[in-house]
Design a protein around this ligand. Structure first.
Ligand code: NDP
Length: 444
């Protein structure tokens, strides 16, 4: 049997209860056929794919914490260290009630290729907990983060594994975790990224994922003969990625019509008011229902609906599988020209196929949102040097990295006869470097 088919079959049998992980691995393996199949006997002998899809280690632990009334609660903590062939493990920590081992494994697996695509020496990992930070007091968050780090500290370090933020983990949570790590180890080192500027953080890290998404989108459109200025965009989410994607889109002359949270979505025909959005989400930590108070002309709708709005560019920036086949059909019917994924795996497999079959330019997450982890790696460099770079310096490195990522995936797609298939191009370009390192290091 063909090596890739055999691997996918075994994966389905062994991890039937991990659907997100199966979805992510299947997508990558399917697009690696032109790389693997010509040499499949040699790769099979060295169990390359089995070693790639089985994490180096998976750490699962209990996280007790105390609420405002003195009651104790217990959540589950995770860290999956997937692959460190090209550098120390690197990947975010997600705090959301939906977190489970399948989600952490899918994110960790994707992270291997994303980190490789940045061109920087970082391996793939992911972690988090099913803890829900929403509605918690600062003290409750502190209690959780401290107890989370009381276990996690054993497995991480500036040259071993460097976690960062993700959904539910922002500067506040990173600060509490860093404080605990420093206290236990008596060590002020760059063990986490996304830190505050006063204790080792990097300028432009907050903006990096959203800005990077737009730098790559601009380059992709430019290389397809399309100017972004004057275009319209629809964005989902209203967290870190969405906010700075909207900000950079507006700076590039794109009118952004929507944003959303897990309860509902906003349509603003005059373009999203970024100052209002930041005040609602970053300062007051409120829901999007508040937006109408700032912009009476806007509409608030309960539930989902962003993808039904007519626009040139769609930027899913909330969560996995948020853009399904029906949504893809609506985008195509409305004349959308490009989808660039800010969130991780936001587009379902059938929606990806439909978009590609209808010639929509699709920039996959592992390329399009790599600006966050790339800037985290720049934060690691600054920590090692004990220097701080200016905003402009970091932003300009970020822009070059995103432009390079686009060309790497574009070149890989062309090399294997799949021009404009950026999903395949990103998987292949990310994989080739990791494969090279794994082969050089022997079976281990
Ligand atoms: P945030 O927590 O800052 O924001 C997440 C946003 O998505 C919020 O608006 C949230 O709404 C919404 N959301 C979360 N879960 C759901 C859901 N199940 N259904 C609908 N909406 C939902 O996270 P980030 O902006 O940091 O991350 C967004 C995505 O980008 C994630 O996929 C993440 O993995 C990815 N990413 C983030 C990077 C970063 O640097 N931050 C780097 C690379 C990828 P609500 O507030 O109601 O929960």
């Amino acid at each position: 049997m063909n090596y890739i088919d055999e691997t996918i079959k075994k994966l389905n049998a062994k991890y039937a209860n991990q659907p997100e992980f199966i979805q992510a691995v299947t997508e990558v393996l399917e697009s690696l056929r032109p790389v693997i199949e010509p040499n499949q006997e040699a790769y099979k002998r060295d169990a390359v794919l089995e070693r790639l899809i089985e994490p180096d280690r998976q750490i699962i632990f209990r996280v007790p914490w105390i609420d405002r009334d003195g009651n104790a609660h217990v959540n589950t903590g995770y860290r999956v260290q997937f692959n460190n062939a090209i550098g120390p493990y690197k990947g975010g920590l997600r705090l959301h009630p939906s977190v489970n081992i399948s989600i952490i494994k899918f994110l960790g697996f994707e992270q291997i290729f994303k980190n490789s695509l940045t061109g920087l020496p970082i391996g793939g990992a992911k972690g988090g907990s099913d803890f829900d930070p929403k509605g918690k007091t600062d003290r409750e968050i502190m209690s959780f983060c401290k107890n989370f780090m009381l276990e996690l500290y054993k497995y991480i370090g500036a040259d071993t594994d460097v976690p960062a933020g993700d959904i539910g983990t922002g500067a506040r949570e990173i600060g509490y975790m860093f404080g605990t790590y420093k206290r236990i180890k008596s060590l002020h080192e760059g063990v986490l990224t996304g830190k505050g500027l006063s204790y080792g953080g990097s300028l432009a890290r907050t903006e990096a994922t959203g800005y990077g998404l737009l730098y790559l989108t601009e380059e992709m459109l430019k290389c397809n003969g399309i100017e972004v200025k004057g275009k319209t965009a629809i964005v989902s989410g209203s967290g870190n990625v969405a906010t700075y994607a909207i900000e950079k889109a507006q700076q590039l002359g794109i009118k952004v019509l929507t944003c959303s949270d897990s309860n509902g979505w906003v349509y603003d025909p005059d373009g999203i008011d970024i100052a209002a959005l930041k005040e609602i989400k970053e300062v007051n930590r409120q829901r999007l229902t508040e937006y109408k108070k700032y912009r009476p002309n806007s509409e608030y709708h309960e539930g989902r609906g962003v993808w039904t709005v007519k626009a040139d560019i769609a930027l899913p920036c909330a969560t996995q599988n948020e853009l399904n086949l029906e949504d893809a059909k609506a985008l195509v019917a409305n004349g959308c020209i490009a989808v660039a994924e800010g969130a991780n795996m936001p587009t379902t497999a059938d929606a990806v196929k439909y978009l590609q079959d209808n010639n929509i330019l699709l920039a996959p997450a592992k390329a399009a949102n790599a600006g966050g982890v790339a800037t985290s790696a720049l934060e690691m460099s600054q920590n090692s040097e004990r220097l701080n770079w200016t905003f402009e310096e970091v932003d300009s490195k970020l822009r070059s990295i995103m432009i390079n990522i686009f060309h790497n995936m574009d070149d890989a797609a062309k090399k294997y006869g799949m021009e404009k298939n950026y999903v395949a191009g990103a998987n292949i370009a990310g994989f080739e470097k990791v494969l090279n390192a794994m082969m050089a290091q022997g079976v281990c």
